[in-house]
Design a protein around this ligand. Structure first.
Ligand code: 13P
Length: 254
């Protein structure tokens, strides 16, 4: 089995003091621990403080979004080089909230993925269908389209070691989780799609996280599925005890 990867997407939450406090608790709780890869994704404005807190730890720190551009007159944007400069190693790209609220297209996501790789950041590419798409039996079609568009012109070298997060939109922040079987089925589809786009080696090197209402009560069952290599956790990642419980559940499968 692959080393699991548990990531906490803090979204637009917390004060600076709360973000620092959460980071310190996680840093203490995870000292010397490396059975599972762990990453946290605070708001841009807290990244530097959080990077500093985790600077001597195994915990990755990343951004929730980045610019597709390198530098220049792009007011309000944050570049990959800037993220790298303050100590980030990872970045979430194509989260469904970016796709739906901020109209990010597959083509924009593709440009952002390329910009992240150019700046030596490890992207987590998010994919997932909406409720109406699942109801219309279009899950595979939607996910396939997000993968094809998002990964356009990326070589197997570039996608090797990539993290993909399968986050069904209907499960995000709703308390409605995909069943472990439902999630595993889409994960297997993602793995197969990567195998046919690239090759078996590349497909096997990719970690596929599940995201959508993951919490300390349901993580173990989800993470125990053969195609689930970790979790992208929203709400439950704001509580250090819940997040650490999820990490220790993952450790039993690494
Ligand atoms: P919740 O865990 O709050 O449902 O959020 C999932 C998510 O969007 C992580 O990126």
């Amino acid at each position: 089995m692959k080393k699991q990867f548990i990531a906490g997407n803090w979204k637009m939450n917390l004060t600076l003091e709360e973000a620092r406090g959460l980071a310190r608790k996680l840093c203490d709780g995870l000292a010397g621990f490396d059975a599972v890869d762990v990453g946290v994704f605070p708001s841009f404005v807290y990244l530097k403080d959080v990077c500093d807190i985790f600077s001597d730890s195994n915990v990755f720190v990343g951004a929730q979004n980045m610019s597709m551009e390198q530098c220049g007159a792009f007011t309000g944007e944050v570049s990959g080089a800037m993220l790298r400069d303050i100590g980030c190693t990872h970045v979430i790209i194509g989260h469904s909230e970016r796709r739906t609220i901020y109209q990010e297209t597959n083509s924009m996501i593709n440009s952002k993925l390329k910009a992240s790789l150019l700046n030596n950041l490890n992207p987590i590419l998010c994919v997932g269908e909406r409720q109406e798409e699942r109801d219309a039996d279009k899950t595979r079609e939607v996910v396939e389209d997000q993968l094809s568009g998002g990964l356009l012109n990326l070589t197997s070298e570039e996608v090797k070691g990539l993290t993909i997060a399968y986050e069904p939109v209907w499960a995000i922040g709703t308390g409605k989780t995909a069943t472990p079987e439902q999630a595993n089925e889409v994960h297997a589809f993602i793995r197969n799609t990567m195998r046919s786009k690239y090759d078996d080696d590349t497909a096997q090197s990719i970690r596929i996280q599940y995201g959508g209402s993951v919490n300390a009560g349901n993580a173990k069952e989800l993470l125990g599925q053969p195609e689930i290599d970790g979790a992208l956790v929203g709400g439950a990642s704001l509580d250090p005890n819940s997040f650490l419980d999820i990490v220790s559940d993952a450790a039993s499968f690494s």
